[in-house]
Design a protein around this ligand. Sequence first.
Ligand code: COA
Length: 444
Amino acid sequence: MTSVGIDAVEIWTGKLKLDLPETFAPAQGDDPEKYTKGLGLEASSFPDTYEDIVTMGANAAKRLMDRKGLAPDDVGRIDVATESAFDNSKPVSTYVAGCLEQVYDGDFHHANKGERKFACISGTQALDDAYNWIAAGRNRGRAALVIATDTALYARDSSGEATQGAGAVAMLIDEDPSVVALSHEQGYGSADETDFLKPQQQFPSVDGKRSMQVYLARMREALEDFESQASTHPEDFAYVPFHTPFPGMVRKAGLLGYRHIARNTDLETEIAEEIGRQPREEDFDDREGYEEAIQSYMDDLKRTEQYQDWYDAAIEPTLSISRQVGNWYTGSVHIARVSALLSAAETGRGLTGDRLLVASYGSGAQAEIHAETVREGWREEVEALTVDEQLRRRYDLTFEEYERVHDAHNHDLDTEVEEFTQPSGEFVHAGWGRMNERKYEYVE
Ligand code: COA
């Protein structure tokens, strides 16, 4: 089988920005460092009043199709991953296709369309579905469009409010890809959990602290499952992009992951000279004693040069976009990958043939780990991105404006709010149809 993976990627950020240390923290009466140092966030992206999951997804997809010179006939599958859907029947991908058909000759009538749901992990699951479709030889030479799009809004004054975000990632999945090829091997950690859910409601019910524990527990299971098939030695991977609800979460996941993948390797032996070997459960009489020893080992590990060097090289570069935009739910792990590749391009690092270990997570809950091999065209693809410009051009909201924008996107409120930015060369939400469907148009 030829390799299958991501041939191109595009990003669309919500066009508004909430500065967390400057604007949100003072209004909450919080120390700004809770956001910048604790959560690791500088800002959140928000959708302007004419933006939603469809416009952001369609705008990212159009940018991708234009850049790759694609016509609708080249695409045999459109899957949208989201946890912000507004319809229990009609999938977001039909709206996205409808938008794209307004601006391209031809149509997507012969493309299979769907919507994937499993909290934040569904973007990776949609990638997986596209991979399987192509690997099974059912694609008739056509590529798949996978779009992860979310407005990650939380109820006002809830614990998650600081980690909000909005944006879309469009990925073209194809044979012989230019950016990364996906590994055949995968590891899963999956269990029935109630850490974060939206039972027929717009804003999530969240047990924030529990969701962090569940993230780590499922991630460990996924790692064990992956390790049963393939190597996870830290030196085998240039970068480790994690699902990033906020960078502080990845700081915890990185430490746990490193302890795991360094175990029984030359690295554990090297580190042991300074802090001893990792505690093994069989050496303890009870679980409590073992857990105390693990905690103390982790505190020491965090301070070792080996761990800090690995974190600075393999993890830190994956967090740069997330720090500026907050949580994009289904798109979050995919912007972590883009951040890493952009960092390599900026520093002139050669990456072709190097590997990434990609760690996805969705509440409810499931983690998945797979590897990716960077392909020759990666640099050209990421250098074509306009992420920095998009982030720079966002409208910087005052707190009072933020409150109005939040209300404008609240499905239970009927609030008229003027837009803050002028749309240009993009799809916008233009109103409602007779069956309460959303209407979209392209603004030149
Ligand atoms: N300076 C530096 N750090 C500070 C600080 C300050 N002034 N004030 C707080 N912090 C640190 C805290 O110690 C904590 O770090 P730690 O976990 O390493 O100890 C971090 O900032 C967050 O502070 P905390 O008080 O725990 O925040 P919170 O309880 O208000 O909210 C979440 C944290 C994650 C519970 C909340 O953002 C949430 O519910 N998010 C949505 C769910 C989510 O994203 N889950 C993740 C898994 S998917």
